[in-house]
Design a protein around this ligand. Sequence first.
Ligand code: BES
Ligand code: MN
Ligand code: ZN
Length: 498
Amino acid sequence: MDFEYQVLDLPAAAKLKTDALLILVPEGVKVGSDAVSFLLGHALKSGDFSAKPGRLLAAYRVAGVSADRLIFVGIGEGLVRHVRSGLQAALAQLKGDKVKKLGVVLATPNASAGVVRTVVQTVAEATYLFTTSKPKAEARSLKSLILGLPETPDAQTQQAFERAVAVVAGVELAKEWGNRPGNMATPTLLGKAAEALAEGSKKISCEVLTPREVAKLGMGSFMAVAQGSEEPLRFIVLNYQGAAKSEAPIVLVGKGITFDTGGISLKPGAEMDEMKFDMCGAASVLGTFKALAALQPTLNVVGLIPAAENMPDGKAIKPGDVVTSMSGQSIEILNTDAEGRLVLCDALTYAERFKPRAVVDIATLTGACVIALGGVRSGLFSTSDSLAQALLAAGETSHDLAWRMPLDEDYAEGLKSNFADVANVAGRAGGSITAAKFLQRFAAAFPWAHLDIAGTAWKSGAAKGATGRPVPLLVDYLLAEAAATPIPNKAKKAKKKA
Ligand code: BES
Ligand code: MN
Ligand code: ZN
C-alpha cells in the first residue's frame, strides 16, 4: 500500500479524486463555502451530525465533491483514541466497497504527530487481510492512502509520518509470519524470511545456523526442545549495522516456536491451533528489522531467533530429563510445555558475545501473563530501571502498551531442583514471573528486559489473528535510543580535550 500526504484545506479536499473521502471533524470546526464545507455546515446546524467522537455521516456522489463516497467523522477534541475509534467506525462502513484510493483529511487547525501516526496505522490495521493460506481470496483492495493535512507539516510531523509508514510495514511482516499456519512457517521458512530481509537491505546481514552448528555451540537446552520434531531447528542471527562497528548493539531475542503442542506434557486439544502464534516474538523481531531497513537509524541492532517446533514423539524430551544449557547450567525439564524459556536461555547466553548495551527478549511465554494483564498490555520484566523506563515510554508513544512486573528473588524459590541447577517450572502461582526468573539466570551479563506478549501478540475468536505487537513499541524504543546516543567520535574527542 502507498501512503502520501498533501496539504489540503476543505475546498482542496472537495476536489480530491478518490473512491472515498473521510473528513475528520473536530469540535469547533470552521467551515467555508466550498461543497464539502457547505454540506458540513448544514449537517452541524441541523444536528444531523456533530463532532462528538464516534459520530458519522455518510453521503454519496455529492455535487462539487470529486470523491464518490464522503464520510464526516467526529473526533471530538482530536485525541488519538477518538481519531482511532472514529476512523475504525468509518472504515467499517466502507468494508466491502472495494475502495482503492482513500483520502483522509484533517479538518483541524493543525496536525499533531500523534494524530498523523494514528491515521496511517489505523487505516492499515483496518484494511489488513491475510491471504497466504487462502489463494482464492481477494487481496486488500486499498492501494493508496492520501492524508490531507491542514498545513505544511513541521519536521516532527513529517518524521511521525515516515515512522508510521515504516512501522506499518514491520507490523504487517510480523502479522504475515504470525498468521501463517505451522506448516507454512517452519523454522526453515523463518530462516529464509530473515535471509530475505538481509537481501533487501545493505545494512542488514543474516546468518542461519543449522542443528550441527547449534550443537557445536553447546545449546543443549534449545536442542532438547527441537528433538521431538521432524522439522530441523534454526538459529537465526540478524545484524543491522547503522552505526560504527565499535558501537555496542542492542540485542533483540524472539521466541520462535513455530508450533507448540506442549510436547510430552501435551496441551489440551481446544484452541491448540492458536499455538501456531507461538513464534510471534520471532515475527516481531523480523518486523522490527523491516522497519529498521526503512528508517536507517544510527545504531546497531542484533536479532536472535531460536526457531523450533515443540512436538511429542519417540525422541522427544520427557518430564524429568536433565539437559545442559550453553551457559553450563543444567536444567531439569519438569514440564515439556515450558519450552519457550528453554530455547530463550541459550539465545541469551549467545547474546553475551556481542557485549550488548541491552538485551530485550520478546516471547509468547506464559498463559499466566494472559490472566494477569489480558490483551491490553504486554508484561515487562527488567533488571534495569532505565531500560524498563525506556521500554514503557516507547509503549506510551507508540500506543503499544506494556506494564512492569516484579522480579523479587523470592519468586525464584520454586525453581529449585534436587537433580539440576534449576528446574524449568515452578508452581502455578505467579507463572509469568517465575518464567522471567528462570530467564534472568541467563541474563546476568547485560542490562536485560523480557516482554511477555502471550496476551497481546494475537487475538482469539472471530477476529483471530496476529496483531503485529510489539513492533511499534520496539521501533520507538530503538529510535529513541538512536537519538540519545552521542556520536562516538565526537564524544571521544571531547574526552581527550578534558
Ligand atoms: N506458548 C505457551 C504460552 C501460552 C499459552 C501463550 C497460552 C498464550 C496462550 C508456553 O510455551 C507454555 O505452554 N507455557 C506454559 C508454562 C507452564 C507449563 C509452566 C503455560 O503457560 O501454561
Ligand atoms: Mn509451551
Ligand atoms: Zn510456547
